[in-house]
Design a binder for this molecule. Structure first.
Ligand SMILES: [Zn+2]
Length: 136
């Protein structure tokens, strides 16, 4: 089976501030990060689709104990964002004092402001992660 969009190309586009996914020709579902089959109807007729990089915060967590290599960043806020097209994506929340991160963040509109690249594994290369900011 041929992939419409492989993870490596998704990651490279993200480094260029673009969120790519795939759109199902059968049902219109948009998925990101890309998958081989549509998660809704299992369709395989998928094409590359660029998402608007805007959405709403579904949940968040404030990190005080960093993963290896990110010790200098703590504390920081990680958000799960429901993009306008439907898929959920993880990113950082910028332009906020982590001490001010509270339950009122849930449901707030956000947009992607930049992408930061973190050291990755030898197969996928460096991992790019979107940084969102509140847009309201
Ligand atoms: Zn589908």
């Amino acid at each position: 089976m041929e992939h419409a969009l492989i993870y490596k190309d998704y990651n490279e586009a993200l480094k260029d501030n673009r969120i790519l996914g795939v759109k199902c020709a059968a049902c219109g579902t948009v998925t990101t990060p890309p998958k081989m089959v549509c998660p809704k109807c299992a369709g395989t007729d998928l094409s590359v689709y660029e998402l608007k990089a805007e959405g709403k915060i579904k949940t968040f967590t404030t990190v005080f104990v960093a993963a290896e290599g990110r010790e200098d960043e703590v504390p920081y806020v990680i958000v799960i964002v429901e993009l306008e097209e439907g898929p959920w994506i993880m990113g950082n929340l910028g332009e906020i004092d982590p001490a001010d991160a509270g339950m009122d963040l849930i449901g707030q509109p956000v947009k992607m402001m930049e992408v930061r690249v973190f050291p990755g594994d030898p197969y996928a290369g460096d991992g790019a992660r979107p940084v969102f900011c509140l847009s309201a």
